[in-house]
Design a protein around this ligand. Sequence first.
Ligand SMILES: [Zn+2]
Ligand SMILES: [Zn+2]
Length: 330
Amino acid sequence: MEILSIVLNEITGFLGITQALEILKSGDYAAFKTYDGIASLIYPIIPLLLLLELVVGLVYKKPQIKVYKVNFLIYIFNRFVGRFIAIAMVTFCIGVFSSYALFKTSNTWYWFIYAYIVWELGHFVYHYLGHKVRLFWCLHSTHHAPEDMNLSVTHAHFFLEAPYADTIRTTVCILLGVQPELLFTIMFIDGTYGAFIHIGENLIKDARFGFLNKIMLTPSHHRVHHARNPLYMDTNFCNLLNIWDKVFKTYQEEEKSVQIEYGITREMDSGNFIDVYFGEVIALVKDVANAPGLINKFRYLIMPPGWSHTGDHKTAKVVRSAYLKNSLGI
Ligand SMILES: [Zn+2]
Ligand SMILES: [Zn+2]
């Protein structure tokens, strides 16, 4: 029977309803008005949308079953390994860098806005490096492998990506004075919104959301980020506020004339767990092994994906610039 209760706990954990169930059991319904109570009602929204998306896909058109299958396997794998390391890294970075903070913020609305902008900067740095440094791309590419967009893609991450991302984001925030209380509130909002932007076209076909597309990052922007079309490659690195994409000129809107093709440019089997999870690591090991000389071997680790010691580079920058030059005459 113990195995049954473990499975039940895992299911309620996945659905995000553990806290809400505890409040219901305690009978203290007033607790739903507290911060924790409100959060307990927000947690289940994404998992329930994910299930709805899957059901709608099954009913109306054949969904990309292999995407759900591989992402479910990844969820199970990461559930037991990645999350604990990430939590440990956040605690470690807060402990180490707090005393080096340039100044301290407080719990006011204007510091909250400041903290969110700083968080997005940390997110931009981690995400940009995840695309531009081959070693970090090995950690991030699992998230880009799915060739369809739906909420299960939220769970598609290499287990070391969360510790890597949280180390950078937490360090940037703490050094720039963001208090841990603000940081945790922002992490919650970022995590929930960061999941929502993966909503599939089964549920929301046009995800530009009108004027919101002009002032914040919408699922439409993130669909562009997941695309392998030359125009869309390596754009839209932000999560909720896309000011840093505009500052660093990586902003790209979804163009009606350029239909999104999801996935990465390498030939791969997006239904194969090993290929999705370790494919980029294997490709990097091969390139390092075949590269002549130590310096070239080292360059493969730190140069962008697509860089070649032969000079025949196929990096996103090269591919996108060539596309813009040819098709748009820029
Ligand atoms: Zn990315
Ligand atoms: Zn994503």
